[in-house]
Design a protein. Sequence first.
Length: 240
Amino acid sequence: MLTKTLIGVVIATVLVVAIAITFPVLVTHKPAVEKKVMQKIEVGERIKLPVPDYMSNTSVEEALSKRRSIRTYSGEGLSIDEVSQLLWAAQGITGKGRTAPSAGALYPLELYMVVGDVEGLDKGVYKYRPVEHELEKVVDGDKREELAEAAGGQECVKEAAIDIVFTAIYERTTWKYGDRGIRYVYMEAGHAAQNVYLQAVSLELGTVVIGAFIGDRVKELVNAEEQEVPLYIMPVGRQG
């Protein structure tokens, strides 16, 4: 009886070893963790952004009630999907219009994103192209610290994962409305900035609007065109 038991154990052991040798993937294989490789993006190169979501679990009322100006961040980066959503919220195309109203549908605003830590994007300044929902790299290298210095040394600008810079070309609106068009441009900037605030709430991110900065220096840092005037800086990051 004991001999039969021993023989059974030996046979079972041999079978287990044989299976492990024949099908090693069943015993030793672990799925590889896919990591996104940071690719160098050249100045002038464009990249397509992911399609934004048009539904979420956060209602407008909830986003309004939770909206706050957040100046401290955790230091973690953002995903390319979050960046896509934020930029779309600010100036994205919605049928024949955009996410923010514009006097006469003249759209004087331009958006730049100063990137410090975004998955899949190397550091630099990117211009948002809303019609194509694309980013175009216009400046190479991390400019957050210099942008912070231009904003009076405000730490949130340097510590954020990204900084969204709003500029305006007044002439797009004033040709039709005269000097009063300048007021309309300011109103539009406020509409777009509030959209970013509310989208940040939905994404559980923090942001704040900053209007205190040296305009000419900001313009230089983002490589804006001559007729563009900087209006806002909005640092965005994960809440600390």
